[in-house]
Each structure stands twice: as C-alpha cells, then as structure tokens.
Unconditional design. Structure first.
Length: 432
C-alpha cells in the first residue's frame, strides 16, 4: 500500500491542532468557572435570587459539585464553538459528543436536557422544509424565475432588481436556503444564455436573501426562535423588522446600481434574444410533454405560497377568533408551528399524498435539525448549571450595571461571531 508522506503529515498536524484546541478549551473553562465567586450581596444577591427562582434549588452557585457541572457545561459548549471555527464539517460530530459529555458526566439530567429543546421551532422547521421541497419539486420557483427573466432580460438593471427582489421575497416567506438555491440556479441559467460572469449577481442575491430573512419570523430559524422565546408576534416583526429589511434592501439595490453600472451595461449587450426565446420554448415543450397539467399545478403552488404568507401574517388574529369560538386560550406563537403542516397537506394533494413521506425524507436538512437540537441542549445546560448566571455576574461587575455599554459589547461580539459561526449558535450562547 502506498502512503503519501505529505498527506500523512497534514493529517498529523490536523490532529495536533484538535488536541491543542481541546486542552486549551478545558483550561479556559476550568479557570473561568473556578475564578468567578459570586458573593451574597450587591449584584451577587440579585444573581443568586434569580438562580433560586429559576431552579428552585437551595444549592449555592459556588458549590464545588455544581462548579464541576458548570465546568463540563461550559467546556462542552466552547468545544462546539471552537471546532466549528476550525471546520463546519465537524459541527455534528462535536455537538453530539458534547451532549454525551453532559449526560454521562452527570452535568445535566437527561430529562432536563430534553425539556430544554425548543421543540416548537424544530416542528416548524421540519414542516417548512418539507413544504419548500414540494414547491421545488413541482417547479414553482423555476417557473417564477423564468417569468421574471422573460419580463426583464432586455433591461439589465431591471433584471438585477428582479433577481434581488425574488431573493428577498423567497427568504422572507420561506427560508434562506430555498432562496439561495433557486435564485442561484436562475443566475446560472443566465450564464448559460450569455456566457457572462455572474459573480456580482450571486453576491447581490445573497445580500438580498440575508436582508429578506429578517423581515418575518419564518425566514430564518433565528426569527422563529426569537418569536417563541421573546414572545414576539408577527405584527411586531412587520412593524419593526420589515421596515428595516426594506430599507436595507433598497440600500443594496442603490449601491449595486452605483458600483455595478458598468457591469449592468455590459450584461445588457450580452443577452441574446434568440437564445432566451429558445430557452423559454424548450421549458414549455419539455414540461408540458411530461405532464399537460404542469402549468395548472405550478399556479396552484404559487397560490399556496401566497396563502402561506397570508396565514403567517394573520396568525395572531386567527388565534384570537379561534380562542373566542372555542372559549379557550390559543397561543399564536405555538400555532405558528402548525401552519407549515396545513400547507404541506394542501400541497400534498397536488404533489401526491403517497409521495409526502419522500418530501419529509428528502426535503428536511436532518443533520442541521439534529445539530439545532444538540445546540438547544448545550445552551440550556449553561442556564441549568448556573454558567449563565456567573457570566451575567461578571458582566455586571465589569460594566457596573450600565445596560448601554453592555449592549454595545454584546452587539459587537454577536456580530463578529455570527460572521464565522452558525447564527443560531450565537443567539443560544447569548441567551442568558
């Protein structure tokens, strides 16, 4: 058997890096946990009171046994963060290993870990991903994209604006992944038709996607998570997040026009009407020959997308009406979790009821779902073992109770970390 000495050396260096990071995290966690001693006066008294109210346990936050649990909890969480910084491919492995450490080293009882998962968010994500998969399968996004191209291909700035608008809208009403995947496919079709460099279009679409995903809670797992934990309604997102998202989108378009003007002018010269018309004709011939009902099914799919958006927007009012009809308290935050399943069922009628299981199997990003579950458990362990309370005490001592200074620090830290980590990881970490 032949061995490449360079590859072997590279692998050894990787393992050395992992071992160094592991022991560094262990050392930092140990020092941090054991160096923070919370007194029973001033901020310490308030912190300990909050700890008792949450856990209903008389154990002191400085108890040696509890400090061991805090050490395991903090080390487990930081290991996940550190190894994700090294490689996102390691996130599932290290997250599962970290949860095992929590359970089998006795840091947190398994029953509490399971309660710490935001199952309403997980339920929503599974339903929304499955619904998006059906829409993709029946060709909704391909059809909408082609129609946009058909209407704007002769005017390059209008084409760029339409691509950005589609990215923004899909991210707002469905999710970021669906937006990026299908708009990227659309952009690559433009490259086939023109032979032109489409990197600027990709960049604009990604920026528009990130902007659109903050407009409504459904566009991003973070929005859904904040909606559940902070009890934010869709109406509050519309009043506060949607205007910010819209302004950010307009800024992106304005800057794109300024900095990409030469690119836009060159693109308009590259589009061939003949090629594009043939592309459109080929689409209709291919789809209709395969299934004469294709356009009808696609248009029903488009109606379902708008129905989904309306259901999200009216969720709070529908729950209010249902509460009065059934004389019960129906929480709109938890009702939100079931809206995707209503439209998943309706779309399943045109997709094929017998194929619905395939949509759930293939449409859901199960590695990400399992990672999110592990992440919630790790975040909950920080709260349950008292690590969050110790960090809160340290922050209060350092900033002297100044909420504005603390807010600036949290803003800088969360912004910096979210550029290299999964956004949900950052939100869970700062959910103290």
């Amino acid at each position: 058997m032949d061995f490449n000495s360079g590859d072997v050396l590279l692998e050894i260096n990787e393992w050395i890096k992992y071992v160094v990071v592991f022991f560094l995290i262990i050392f930092i966690s140990y020092v941090l946990v054991h160096s923070i001693d919370i007194p029973s006066y001033s901020y310490g008294y308030a912190i300990k009171s909050a700890w008792f109210n949450l856990t209903q346990t008389p154990i002191d936050l400085n108890d040696p046994v509890l400090e061991f649990k805090q050490f395991v909890s903090l080390a487990s969480f930081l290991l996940v963060v550190a190894f994700m910084l090294i490689s996102m491919k390691l996130r599932s492995f290290i997250a599962f290993a970290a949860v095992c450490l929590l359970v089998f080293l006795g840091a947190v009882e398994p029953q509490f870990l399971i309660r710490g998962v935001e199952w309403s968010l997980i339920l929503f994500l599974v339903g929304a991903m499955s619904f998006a998969f059906i829409l993709r399968s029946i060709g909704v996004f391909e059809y909408v994209g082609l129609k946009l191209l058909e209407a704007t291909y002769k005017h390059s700035f209008l084409l760029l604006f339409s691509i950005a608008l589609l990215s923004w809208f899909l991210a707002m009403v469905l999710d970021e992944v669906t937006s990026i995947v299908y708009v990227s496919m659309l952009i690559f079709d433009i490259r086939k038709l023109t032979g032109f460099d489409v990197k600027p279009l990709i960049i604009v679409s990604v920026l528009a996607t990130n902007t659109g995903s903050l407009a409504l809670p459904v566009g991003n797992p973070i929005g859904i998570y904040l909606s559940y934990t902070a009890k934010l309604t869709v109406r509050e997102f519309i009043l506060k997040a949607l205007p910010v998202s819209t302004v950010a989108f307009l800024v992106i378009i304005s800057l794109s026009y300024v900095f990409l003007k030469k690119y836009i002018d060159n693109l308009s010269l590259s589009v061939s009407s003949d090629k594009f018309i043939r592309k459109v004709q080929l689409y209709y011939i291919e789809k209709l020959s395969r299934d004469p009902r294709h356009l009808v099914i696609v248009k029903i799919g488009i109606l379902l997308v708008f129905g989904f958006l309306v259901a999200i927007l009216l969720n709070e009012y529908v729950c209010l009406v249902l509460s009065r009809i059934f004389m019960d308290n129906i929480d709109p935050h938890y009702t939100l979790s079931f809206i995707p399943y209503l439209f998943l069922t309706l779309s399943g009628i045109i997709y094929g009821p017998t194929k619905l299981e395939r949509a759930v199997e293939s449409g859901v990003d199960w590695p990400s779902i399992l990672f999110f579950i592990s992440l919630f458990m790790l975040g909950f362990s920080l709260l349950h073992t008292g690590v969050s309370f110790k960090i809160a005490y340290l922050a209060l001592e350092y900033f002297g109770g100044s909420s504005s200074r603390l807010s600036y620090i949290l803003l800088i830290l969360s912004g910096g970390l979210s550029s290299v980590l999964d956004n949900l990881s950052v939100v869970v970490a700062f959910h103290i």
